[in-house]
Design a protein around this ligand. Structure first.
Ligand SMILES: C[S@@+](CC[C@H](N)C(=O)[O-])C[C@H]1O[C@@H](n2cnc3c(N)ncnc32)[C@H](O)[C@@H]1O
Length: 332
């Protein structure tokens, strides 16, 4: 007899929501204690069986016959020694003493006022926190971005046609993960990655590690003031969602001033669909942007309006199988 489909009772749904917090705690402790590294090395993971069995229920590990544990593909991302590691992300987002966690404790403030809970918590913005008051977390944040970029860049490279030659300027490109991937794909391209001074050591090391120091340079700068001139392609990944419309307008105007008439602008961002389904991840990131930076995720109409009112014409939006879209614009 086929089991009859039963709707999940609301009380069970409620507990599933509340246990989202417990799941996140498990992920954080798994990452902090280096459980993935230990399992990968065949060492004692240093946590008890009950903890590991629960980690199996959330998909971090799989219990093997004989009672040992293997990492699942997601659990494997919490190793510290792999390209695209999400261990820095787990620590940056979930550690109880980190800026992210503390700012989210003030979610109610953002929910009521749409204000920046990070500033409410610390009295200054997240970039001052990472660059001045807590540089160790800043360094880990750069590693977080690097790990996330490694995870998502393949889909962008597959779907976005890069020019064969010329200069790519990646504005606020972090340590240069995306631009290095671009330059490796297209040997005729040169690159500049621009970001705040605190990313210089990580960026110069990353570019040199990729063997691209002859084709790619780091430039320190503030995109509210100016960005490098003379590029053929300007890119920005996960930047404008950090900022409100007025701040984003100032960044776009800096780019507009620097960009030659023929150049293209390619943003890598979410495009929020107009639905409220559970699969609409962009809405959760929208909350994160509101809490952490006072920024927001935008719909297609909002991107068109933001670009259009700052001298750009939105040309096309290319979806990828990840939460990212490539939004291409030209100067009007
Ligand atoms: C969310 S991260 C994205 C980094 C990178 N594009 C990536 O996708 O990995 C935002 C970046 O903006 C940079 N940033 C913040 N304020 C800036 C400013 N005023 N001028 C230039 N870069 C800035 C940060 O240092 C950080 O690297």
């Amino acid at each position: 007899m086929q089991p009859q489909h039963q709707p999940v009772p609301p009380h069970a749904l409620f507990f599933d929501l509340a246990w989202g917090h417990f799941r996140a705690r498990l992920v954080e402790v798994f990452a902090t204690l280096g459980v993935a590294d230990a399992i990968a090395a065949g060492l004692n993971p240093g946590v008890n069986e009950r903890f590991l069995r629960t980690c199996a229920t959330i998909g971090l590990v799989q219990r093997l016959e004989g009672g040992s544990y293997a990492l699942t593909p997601v659990g494997n991302l919490l190793r510290s020694d792999i390209p695209g590691s999400m261990r820095p992300a787990a620590l940056a987002i979930l550690s109880p003493n980190c800026g992210h966690y503390k700012a989210w404790e003030n979610l109610a403030y953002s929910a009521q006022t749409e204000g920046n809970a990070f500033i409410k918590t610390y009295g200054h913005d997240i970039w001052e926190y990472y660059t001045r008051t807590n540089p160790a977390e800043g360094e880990n944040f750069n590693k977080t971005m690097q790990g996330m970029s490694v995870g998502f860049i393949g889909a962008i490279l597959d779907l976005y046609q890069l020019p064969a030659s010329g200069l790519v300027v990646d504005i606020a490109g972090g340590v240069g993960t995306m631009i290095c991937a671009f330059l490796k794909k297209q040997p005729g391209l040169r690159g500049i990655v621009m970001d705040l001074e605190f990313t210089r050591p990580g960026a110069e090391a990353y570019i040199a590690g990729e063997g691209l120091q002859d084709r790619c340079a780091f430039r320190a700068g503030d995109f509210f003031q100016s960005v490098p001139t003379g590029g053929d392609l300007y890119t920005m990944k996960w930047i404008l969602h950090d900022w409100n419309d007025e701040q984003s307008a100032r960044i776009l105007q800096s780019i507009h001033r620097a960009m030659p008439a023929h150049a293209k602008l390619a943003l890598v961002e979410a495009v929020v669909p107009d639905d409220d389904s559970i699969a609409n991840n962009a809405r959760m990131m929208d909350m994160n942007m509101m809490v952490m930076c006072g920024g927001k995720e935008r719909s297609e109409a909002e991107w068109r309006e933001l670009l259009g009112s700052n001298g750009f014409q939105l040309e096309r939006i290319i979806p990828t199988p990840t939460p990212n879209f490539v939004i291409e614009a030209l100067k009007k």
